[in-house]
Unconditional design. Structure first.
Length: 250
């Protein structure tokens, strides 16, 4: 039996699909928008969209609009993932991101100095020490900052984001192996390894083990249950996203 929310939107999606396939038959005139020109880069690993935005001096919403497949603030940890940037910014991105170690791309940030700011005031904003910012930027501890100067901020990733969660995901009708991997921002190789699969084939009802940052991306109930024993008084953590039941793992 389908959940109520599914009953509501499935007929609409089907109707829109039929109309899109033959708009003329339904006397609908469509004027498709021209494709937005973009630059394309392959970060080759996960990177925070805020860091990308700060590196090329655009806002995060611009990046979200150019990359609608991204449901989180970070790209998937997938070497083949293509990140779309505003035209003319790819070279700047590649040059400036090289200043930050790749393993820090999901936690470190950049900050453009505003009038009156000091290392101490900036450090308070990002909850780090002034000394760590000075070291990351090869500055003296008491150095005066120039307005407009861009600093590397060695921010500490929040604990909630560094914990990986074991998610039990029940495969639904229409799901594909690669689609599930993309939804949870994990690689197909890892998904196969975690579930001891030899191919990318999945069947409806199959329950997959997924270690992911932040849980799933979509909302749908599931009857999948964790088989691990819980300590007395420990409540199961049910992720409302992606039809998954999750538990925190470091």
């Amino acid at each position: 039996m389908l959940p109520r929310e599914t009953k509501n939107y499935v007929p609409i999606i089907i109707a829109l699909t039929l109309i899109a396939k033959d708009a003329a038959h339904y006397s609908i005139q469509v004027q498709p928008e021209a494709a937005v020109p973009t630059d394309v880069v392959k970060p080759a690993r996960a990177i925070d969209l805020r860091l990308v935005a700060e590196t090329i001096d655009v806002d995060v919403e611009t990046l979200r609009a150019l990359n609608p497949s991204l449901l989180r603030l970070a790209t998937p940890d997938d070497p083949s993932f293509e990140l779309r940037l505003p035209v003319g910014t790819a070279q700047k991105f590649s040059a400036e991101i090289a200043d930050i170690p790749p393993d820090k791309w999901v936690s470190w940030r950049r900050h453009r100095v505003e009038a009156g700011e000091t290392l101490t005031s900036i450090a308070k904003k990002y909850r780090v020490t002034a000394a760590s910012i000075a070291d990351a930027n090869n500055l003296e501890r008491n150095a005066a900052l120039d307005t407009g100067e861009k600093l590397i901020i060695p921010a500490v990733q929040p604990q909630s984001e560094t914990k990986r969660r074991l998610v039990s995901y029940r495969v639904r009708r229409g799901d594909t192996f690669l689609g599930i991997a993309d939804r949870f921002s994990v690689s197909a190789e890892d998904l196969r390894k975690w579930n001891r699969l030899k191919s990318n084939k999945v069947g409806r009802g199959m329950v997959l083990r997924i270690y992911t940052l932040g849980g799933a991306a979509e909302s749908s109930p599931t009857r999948a249950q964790s088989r691990s024993k819980k300590k007395p008084g420990q409540a199961a953590t049910r992720n409302t996203a992606g039809g998954a039941v999750a538990a925190n793992h470091n």
